[in-house]
Design a protein around this ligand. Structure first.
Ligand SMILES: [Mg+2]
Length: 214
């Protein structure tokens, strides 16, 4: 039984859901510039559903891994758009990466971020520079691994992770989308931050707020 890990993760997803609700309009506006303006709605809906499912007594929440499996299914059931399967795969991979983990410490966060980034990359068959959320997730995962080897802890660790994600997300405004709905507008996607990269930054900031002492 890993009570503290389970508590940490459920608190984390509550924080993400709050942050996503606050950012809903901004994310949908970003999506409106290059897509169908539903990204904020999808993300807010998805994490709201995650929080609801995590409070449901029918679920096995006996480990960090079990929590992440519930998160994956809840997100997938709530979000039909392409973002649903992408994050569901990411969270399922995160569940596997957390098998046996008793504590959400810096090492657990690092393997979880790597699993999320890998899950999204494999599911979406994308790469950096495609102007997607991978442009935030991949540098964030790399920064976490590097910060861990440099033995940075707490706020110093998160500072590296969040700023790598922000830098990656900001860089998407000078990219032309080659994947997803934004690819249809081609060159017109220039000058706009990818909404998926922007919401990835929101998730990572919420992680830093919910788990400051890793
Ligand atoms: Mg959209």
């Amino acid at each position: 039984m890993s009570d503290s890990a389970v508590r940490n993760l459920t608190a984390l997803f509550s924080r993400i859901a709050e942050a996503m609700e606050s950012a809903e309009d901004r994310l949908s506006d970003l999506d409106g510039a290059i897509g169908d303006a539903d990204h904020g709605i999808s993300m807010a809906l998805g994490f709201k559903a995650v929080v609801a499912e995590l409070s449901h007594p029918r679920h096995d929440l006996s480990s960090a891994s079990a929590v992440m499996n519930v998160v994956a299914i809840a997100f997938l059931n709530a979000v039909g758009a392409s973002i649903g399967p992408l994050y569901a795969t990411a969270f399922r991979q995160a569940a596997q990466s957390l098998a046996g983990v008793q504590e959400i410490d810096r090492a657990a966060i690092t393997i979880m971020l790597q699993a999320i980034a890998t899950g999204i990359r494999e599911r979406g068959k994308g790469q950096r520079g495609d102007k997607t959320m991978l442009d935030a997730w991949l540098p964030a995962a790399e920064a976490a691994a590097l910060a861990q080897t440099r033995n940075l802890v707490g706020p110093a660790f998160w500072q590296e992770v969040v700023s790598a994600a922000e830098h990656g997300a900001n860089a998407t405004s000078s990219m032309v989308a080659v994947r997803g709905r934004a690819a249809r507008v081609g060159e017109r996607s220039l000058g706009h931050v990818d909404p998926g990269a922007a919401s990835a930054v929101i998730i990572l900031k919420a992680m830093a707020e919910a788990l400051p002492a890793v």
